[in-house]
Design a protein around this ligand. Structure first.
Ligand code: 8YV
Length: 319
C-alpha cells in the first residue's frame, strides 16, 4: 500500500464522529471494527500499520502486536493499561500511550457518589419510591453517615489523591495503603492493607489493575473491613477476590459495596443483584461527555504527535 499518510489500525470506534474525521485527516485508517474478516485484514495489511488505537477495555495482546511487524505506537483510550501487553510492546520498541489525568475528577466524583449511594442506600430508596412502598410499610431503613468517618484509600495515585481531596471535603479521617509510602503528601500511610481495612469505615480501591494487584483485596482484607464496613471499587475487578466479596456481602460479614468494575465484565454475579446493601453500576467512572471527549482528544494528540515527532505525548511508564 502506498500512501502519504501513516497507516493506523483502529480496534474500536471513538464515541464522537468528529474524532473519526480528525483521525482520517492524519492517517490512512483501517477500522478493524468495521471489517467483515478482521484476521484477513490484518494478514493482508498488517505490515503497513505503524500506529494502533485501542482502549483500556480492549484486549491488545502480544499475539496481535506480533502480527504488525512495523508497529511503532499503541495509543490507548483510558488510563488503565492492564488489557495491553505493554511490556511486550516496549521490548519491541513500541511506544504505548494512555490518557492519564483528564479523567481523575470524574472517576473520583463517582467514587464518592458510589460511597454516598451505598452508605445512604440511595439506589434502594429510589426503588422503594418507584415501588410505591412509601407510606405503606414500616418505613425506609436507616443508612450510614458518611461525613466525619474513616476512609482508607488503596492506591494513592492521581485518582486516589483526587478521592482524598473529596473525602477531606466530607471532613473524613483519611489513611492510605500503597506499595510504597509517599513522602509528598500529608496523609497517614498504613503499610498493612489488613490493618487499613480494620481501621476504616470505608475502603476505596483506586489501584492499577493487572497481575501486580490481582486479588490484593482478598478474604482477610474484606473480613477486616467487617459488617459495618463499605467497600468501593472504581479500579479494576481483578483487584478484589470477587468470590470472597460476594460471600461476605451475602453472609453479612461485609456491610456493603459500591461497584463500578467487576472480575469478568460485562458479567456481574447474580448474587450481587439480589442484595440491598450493594450498588452496581456498569464501569462508568469516566463516562461523562466532558471527560470522554477529553480522553478522545488526548488519544488523537498522542497519535498525531507520534506521526509528526516520533514521540507520543503521555507514554505509559517503562514496565
Ligand atoms: C474506561 C477505564 O473503561 O480509563 C480506564 O482505565 O477503565 C475507563 O475510563 C475506559 O477508558 C474505556 O475506554
Amino acid at each position: 500500500m502506498t500512501t502519504s499518510k501513516p497507516v493506523l489500525l483502529e480496534l474500536l470506534p471513538f464515541p464522537f464522529p468528529e474524532a473519526e474525521e480528525r483521525l482520517s485527516e492524519h492517517f490512512d485508517v483501517i477500522r478493524l471494527w468495521k471489517e467483515s474478516d478482521p484476521e484477513a485484514t490484518i494478514a493482508a495489511k498488517g505490515q503497513d500499520i505503524t500506529v494502533l488505537v485501542t482502549s483500556a477495555m480492549t484486549a491488545t495482546r502480544a499475539e496481535l502486536i506480533d502480527k504488525l511487524p512495523n508497529l511503532k505506537a499503541i495509543c490507548s483510550n483510558g488510563v488503565g493499561y492492564d488489557a495491553i501487553d505493554v511490556k511486550h510492546a516496549q521490548q519491541k520498541g513500541i511506544q504505548v500511550s494512555n490518557t492519564p489525568d483528564v479523567l481523575n475528577d470524574c472517576v473520583a466524583d463517582e467514587a464518592l457518589g458510589l460511597l454516598l449511594a451505598t452508605a445512604r442506600k440511595l439506589s434502594l430508596a429510589d426503588r422503594y419510591v418507584r415501588a410505591n412502598k412509601w407510606g405503606k410499610d414500616a418505613g425506609f431503613p436507616l443508612g450510614i453517615k458518611v461525613s466525619h468517618k474513616k476512609i482508607g484509600i488503596v492506591g494513592l495515585g492521581r485518582i486516589g489523591m483526587a478521592i482524598a481531596q473529596r473525602a477531606a471535603g466530607f471532613d473524613m479521617d483519611i489513611r492510605y495503603h500503597n506499595r510504597n509510602q509517599r513522602h509528598d503528601v500529608d496523609l497517614t500511610y498504613e503499610p498493612s492493607l489488613v490493618e487499613l481495612a480494620a481501621w476504616a469505615d470505608f475502603l476505596v480501591i483506586a489501584t492499577v489493575g493487572g497481575t501486580s494487584t490481582r486479588h490484593l483485596v482478598d478474604q482477610p482484607v474484606i473480613k477486616a473491613l467487617g459488617p459495618n464496613g463499605i467497600l468501593i471499587n472504581i479500579a479494576r475487578g481483578s483487584v478484589v477476590d470477587e468470590t470472597a466479596l460476594v460471600d461476605a456481602l451475602v453472609s453479612g460479614e461485609l456491610g456493603g459495596a459500591g461497584l463500578d468494575v467487576y472480575a469478568s465484565e460485562p458479567n456481574v454475579p447474580d448474587a450481587l443483584k439480589t442484595l440491598d446493601n450493594v450498588v452496581l453500576v456498569p464501569h462508568i467512572a469516566s463516562a461523562t461527555t466532558e471527560t470522554r471527549l477529553a480522553m478522545t482528544n488526548l488519544v488523537l494528540e498522542n497519535a498525531e504527535a507520534f506521526a509528526s515527532t516520533g514521540k507520543v505525548v503521555t507514554p505509559v511508564p517503562p514496565l
